[in-house]
Write a protein that binds this ligand. Structure first.
Ligand code: PMP
Length: 398
């Protein structure tokens, strides 16, 4: 029994964490995993979340299973936060939303839903993308193709190639789109480019599946929802996988949401039923705690304001880390290497395939860990390690 079990080499990102922990050098820096770190290099407890935890602890609820689709109050609050849809409004009724196990759980349940509805479809993800996208959709039984996304030569979105690739896809293909803060490249489409993409999606009858793991980390909660709003405006049905992991710093609670924007309320009810069925055969129902915390933050006006401030603070800190690292690099002779990508890209990550080729040297000689693909988690840069990182980058690229 089990003799044929293949070896699993480990997740390329998660397995580096063990090596980093075992590294005894004091001046080491971990720029690999996608955590938001504060200026002290810690994954923070947001003050709004700490207060919400107290509120939740003071009002325990009778134990029992949540519904398959999760906490209804949380789901309603999510629709309002993501779509500006007020309960009872026509828009609210046209969105089917369930609570999920983080953004990953939302992608998985969405993938299962689509496999049931469009068994012949293929899924297309950007090149490059977050590794788990491919695994999740393949795991749900889909063929996964890649559409051009990043032009390493210019450091910008390979926009023309992206558009013509979309034009070439079979009708009813699923197209995975990063709504903002593209992981790993930190490079997003402009609103005008999104508008054009939407026109192609509509003309070609393609189904957008949005991934929104970094709402508010690019420019702000409003700006970062451009694609969602534009799709609603265009009356284009879509799926939206959303994660609370980074934006509430609630990684371990496994909390997120999956929404489907539908043509009408009756369809949304049917979709909700199918989402529940997909949850039922995966894990039956989600855990309660994370949803209660997020719901409490979103429904308590002063906590909502405090959280919005904290989210803005996280974004601003990452921006400052980009500036500080750029300035530190400018003090070194790096043979004219162009570090401008640090400022041009946004969100948690920067991406430079050339730098990625030096990942082994950065680790071995300097204790600076980046992904070999060239992805750098900029939130790992703090005033304590900026100079170490700059010296390491400058040395390997000079
Ligand atoms: N999508 C993207 C683009 C991500 O970067 C991540 C997290 N790294 C996820 C989804 C998954 O989020 P979660 O940790 O909430 O499952």
């Amino acid at each position: 029994m089990f003799a044929h079990t293949p070896h699993h080499p480990g997740d390329p990102i998660l397995s580096i964490q063990g090596h980093y922990r075992d590294d005894t050098r004091p001046a080491k820096a971990n720029l690999t995993i996608g955590f938001y770190y504060d200026e002290q290099g810690r994954v923070p407890d947001l003050a709004s979340v700490v207060t919400a935890r107290d509120t939740v602890a003071a009002h325990p609820r009778t134990p029992g299973y949540l519904p398959m689709g999760g906490d209804p109050s949380y789901c309603a609050a999510m629709k309002t936060m993501l779509f500006d849809a007020e309960p009872g409004s026509p828009l609210f009724e046209r969105i089917a939303t369930i609570q999920t196990l983080g953004g990953s759980g939302a992608l998985k349940v969405g993938a299962d839903l689509l496999k049931g509805l469009y068994p012949q479809a293929s899924v297309h993800v950007p090149g490059p993308t977050w590794d788990n996208h491919r695994s999740i959709f393949q795991g749900a039984g889909f063929e996964v193709g890649t559409y051009p996304y990043f032009d390493a030569e210019t450091g910008t979105v390979a926009y023309d190639a992206l558009l013509s690739h979309l034009e070439s896809l079979p009708e009813y293909s699923v197209v995975l789109l990063h709504a903002c803060c593209h992981n790993p490249t930190g490079t997003d489409l402009t609103p005008e480019q999104w508008d054009e993409v939407i026109r192609v999606l509509q003309r070609r009858h393609l189904l957008p599946f949005l991934d929104l793991a970094y709402l508010g980390f690019a420019h702000g909660v409003d700006e970062d929802r451009y694609l969602l709003r534009a799709l609603v405006q265009a009356e284009q049905p879509f799926l939206l996988a959303q994660s609370c992991s980074k934006i509430f710093s609630l990684y371990a609670e496994r909390i997120g949401s999956l929404s489907v924007f539908c043509a009408d309320a009756e369809l949304a009810r049917r979709l909700h039923g199918q989402l529940e069925a997909a949850v039922r055969r995966n894990y039956s129902s989600p855990p309660a705690y994370g949803a209660r915390i997020v719901d409490t933050v979103l429904r308590t006006p002063e906590l909502l304001l405090q959280w919005q401030d904290e989210l803005n603070g996280m974004r601003e800190r990452i921006r400052q880390a980009r500036v500080a690292l750029g300035e530190a690099l400018a003090r070194h002779d790096t043979g004219g290497y162009d570090w401008g990508f640090l400022q041009r890209q946004n969100g948690l990550f920067s991406y430079d395939p050339g730098l990625g080729k030096t990942a082994d040297r950065l680790r071995d000689e300097f204790g600076v860990y980046i992904l070999p693909t060239g992805r750098i988690c900029v939130a790992g840069v703090t005033s304590d390690n900026t100079e170490t990182i700059a010296r390491a980058f400058a040395t390997v690229m000079a």
